[in-house]
Design a protein around this ligand. Structure first.
Ligand SMILES: Cc1cc2nc3c(=O)[nH]c(=O)nc-3n(C[C@H](O)[C@H](O)[C@H](O)COP(=O)(O)OP(=O)(O)OC[C@H]3O[C@@H](n4cnc5c(N)ncnc54)[C@H](O)[C@@H]3O)c2cc1C
Length: 391
């Protein structure tokens, strides 16, 4: 009889070594004041410290892990990006202040920018030397983004912008904004999104006014942004003038991806925290609340499995399904948290934290494409239902 020797320790793969590299880096660089700081509804929390941390992260090459080596990134495989985000979230590292630059506009410039634009902006974005905001939504154009009426006209060697953006996250700290503006009229009989351009606009200039909007949580993370003859250089249009829709959609596609996995590790921590609160308030012995906590764990496992699958398979409307699942999950956890708090005394810190979570989760089904819009995409692209009549 031959015995099969089972090694006690699995062989170390490069990915394991990579996991240890990020784990060690975080163990050395993550301080207690940063742990768990920031996140949806808490974007202003410890902002200067989170900015300094993002710069250290950049110095070690972690912020541009997914960028190609030729553009100053580490060209990491999808597997390694997932590992990074898992470890980052598991360690309780702070919510990133650089994500709009490093995961949205940076990859857009790599894919569609000119050489001059890449040379000028990528090094600063990678080093978190510049913060960016996204100027798409307007008072009359959110879900119906093609309806933007902010205008830009070329005057000599500069674009001159007039109009208003709204809900612009982090505009109050941003150095630059990528703005979707109308530069040409809609061609007769042509699509409404024709004639829009994607412009890179400096925020710190006399023609730009940023006015904070107070949210349900009492905080101000987003803003109104007014352009009154604000200007930017003629060369700072990404893609051809009038062809900005394609660029704007590419940016939205970059927003999703491997980071979603890290987001879900964060959800697991939220659930673990709520279970700990439930033990303190007595909710853990209430059969109905126990049942809901257990369901939350099961639903999160399903969400995670679907997300991992969608990273490697081209699932129809995959990102819409993920958005629908996670927003329903987070709002459900917020509702559950209110009932857990009602069961007993959770203490002031947990009460504040979970009330904020509950209130901010109302926004989850609005930003990044509302749930009605996501269900419309599933209806049309997956079920093949007739296109909705547009008003
Ligand atoms: C926290 C937060 C941060 C944000 N950050 C930014 C940012 O940084 N930059 C930026 O540009 N924007 C940002 N936004 C704006 C966001 O993208 C818009 O709020 C979103 O696109 C919805 O647009 P709207 O608010 O104009 O609502 P509308 O589009 O007017 O929708 C109102 C309601 O009608 C429903 N509806 C609209 N059209 C349809 C349809 N065809 N079928 C069915 N239902 C429909 C919607 O689902 C919604 O319930 C942010 C929003 C939030 C809440």
């Amino acid at each position: 009889m031959s015995l099969r020797v089972i090694p006690e320790v699995a062989p170390v793969t490069d990915d394991d070594a990579f996991r240890h590299e990020i784990r060690d880096w975080l163990a050395t660089n993550l301080t207690d004041e940063l742990r768990g700081a920031g996140g949806p509804g808490r974007e202003n929390e410890a902002f200067p410290q989170r900015l300094a941390f993002a710069r250290r992260l950049a110095g070690a090459g972690w912020t541009t892990l997914a960028w190609p080596v030729a553009h100053g990134g580490r060209g990491a495989s999808l597997q390694r990006q997932v590992i990074f985000h898992e470890e980052y979230a598991r360690a309780g590292a702070p919510s990133r202040v650089d994500h709009i630059g490093t995961t949205m506009v940076g990859p857009t410039l790599i894919a569609l920018g000119t050489r001059a634009q890449r040379d000028r902006f990528l090094p600063a974005i990678a080093a978190v030397g510049q913060l960016w905001c996204q100027g798409y939504s307007e008072p009359g154009a959110g879900s119906d983004l093609a309806g933007v009426i902010t205008r830009a006209r070329l005057d000599g060697d500069r674009w001159v912008l007039t109009g208003q953006k709204v809900w612009t996250s982090l505009a109050h700290v941003a150095d630059w904004c990528f703005v979707l503006a109308r530069t040409e009229p809609v061609p007769p009989g042509g699509p409404r999104h024709a004639g829009l351009s994607y412009l890179l606009v400096p925020m710190r200039q006399p023609g730009v006014t940023v006015r904070p909007i107070r949210q349900l949580t009492g905080d101000s993370e987003f803003n109104e942004v007014f352009f009154d003859d604000a200007t930017t250089e003629a060369g700072l249009v990404v893609g051809e003038p009038g062809q900005g829709w394609r660029v704007a959609m590419a940016t939205l596609a970059f927003e999703r991806g491997a980071a979603t996995v890290g987001q879900q590790v964060g959800f697991q921590r939220d659930l673990d925290d709520l279970v700990a609160v439930a033990r303190r308030t007595g909710a853990a012995t209430d059969p109905a609340l126990r049942d809901r906590l257990t369901r939350a764990w099961i639903d999160l496992s399903v969400l995670r499995a679907h997300t991992l699958r969608s990273l490697t398979e081209d699932l129809p409307a995959g990102s819409s399904v993920i958005k629908l699942l996670w927003t329903r999950w987070r709002q459900g956890l917020g509702d559950l948290a209110m009932d857990v708090l009602s069961a007993g005394d959770a203490g002031p810190e947990a009460t504040e934290r979970w009330q904020r979570y509950f209130l901010f989760s109302r926004a989850d089904t609005i930003y990044g494409g509302s749930n009605e819009i996501q269900r419309g995409i599933v209806a049309e692209r997956v079920l093949g239902l007739p296109r909705q009549a547009r008003g």
